[in-house]
Design a protein around this ligand. Sequence first.
Ligand code: GAP
Length: 440
Amino acid sequence: MKAEESTVTLEKIVSLCKRRGFVYQSAEIYGGLNGLYDFGHLGVLLKHNLRQAWTDSTNKAPGDIVFLEGALIAPYAVWKASGHVDHFSDPMVDCLSCKRRYRADDIDLEQGCPFCGKKEWTPVRQFNMMFKTEVGAAADQSSIAFLRPETAQSIFINFKNVLSTMRVKIPFGIAQIGKAFRNEITPKQFLFRMREFEQMELEWFCKEENTKKFFDYWCKNRFDFYLNIGIKKENLRLRSHEKDELSHYSSCTNDVEYHFPFGWKELEGITYRGNYDLSQHTKHSGKDLGVFDEETKKTFIPHVIECSVGTDRAFLTVLFDAYHEDVIEGESRIVLSLSPRIAPIKAAFLPLTKKQVEPMQKIYEEIKQLGYMIDFDVSGSIGKRYRRQDEIGTPVCFTYDFDSEQDQAVTARDRDTTKQERIAINQIPTYIKNLINSRR
Ligand code: GAP
């Protein structure tokens, strides 16, 4: 076997996602809309595994974590209070010649339009990225609402509800996985910058004097999360935001960055939001969101450390990190070396010839009952079937062959090394379980 250096590109990932049914352009048969995608069978399974890994990782928190699922639409008042009506905008510029629209900070205006080369620009103006809608039949100010541009605000506006119903004490966290919407001026790089995407967010509420300690804790916790789902350490780094990069609510942010083919980019943000959000909602709603401190006998507004990652961006990241090409016995193949924990399909069951379909199917059906997401594949040569599974990241293929009936064993073929070993049929469940729990 000769391993060959291969370069992963965005085009290769987009093509693999389409070819194997991970991700489709949304409304493709009508020409599609930029920045919107639909997820196919394997994409749904991979996303599900990422959410599960993220949810599991919250168990390590130094205090309680409770979950929330907020509505996707919230009234104008919420976004006015949060600052999104006034501050959630990007600078936008249009080319007067070819009519193309750009984020002004994405291009060099002096160089001219990246499409037609002309230097005829509209003035740069601020473009608010929230999707606006009207709720109900009345068409006045009270009906204006927005699709949430971050899931976090659902957490802040429910802070009192959670506190009074869940018997939690500061410090504690509220975690949420859900959709967010941004009318990005230029959605790009596939799942990296979308208009509809999913966030996994955790708001950690604590006393002001403990924020430094918890900020450091969460930076380490979140960095380790990515190592745990199999991302290579050399492709990850933590970077502090410069003052001029900070969001309107933040005084300190560290990004976990990933080395994408298009450069080091944000994967997750860990942000000190102070008590900005709870104070704003207290002020605007007139409801006291303070917490009574038993020690000082005073009410205070907790401070917040936020950890926020896009599920879709994490999805794209694990694909980039896992993708490689090599040559096995003169034949080239594409492999997704996903951690078995997040691989969409945990094992494939392949009868060697038609004669072995029936006994192998019986084994497959039994293992399926154990709850593992597995595949049964009879079409094409065995080599072709191996390569199909390699390309979708299935960690192991079991082959039932001419000896299997005699020795009650199958061949287990490892996706990454292609090494094969003989294992007893009754050991298959343990084999799969160990594989999923192994840290690779
Ligand atoms: N609540 C904080 C917040 O929303 P953000 O840095 O704007 O902060 C957090 O977003 C994370 O959400 C990012 O690190 C990224 O992973 C993901 N994200 C943001 N905008 C995105 C987009 N347009 N498409 C896909 N993921 C996005």
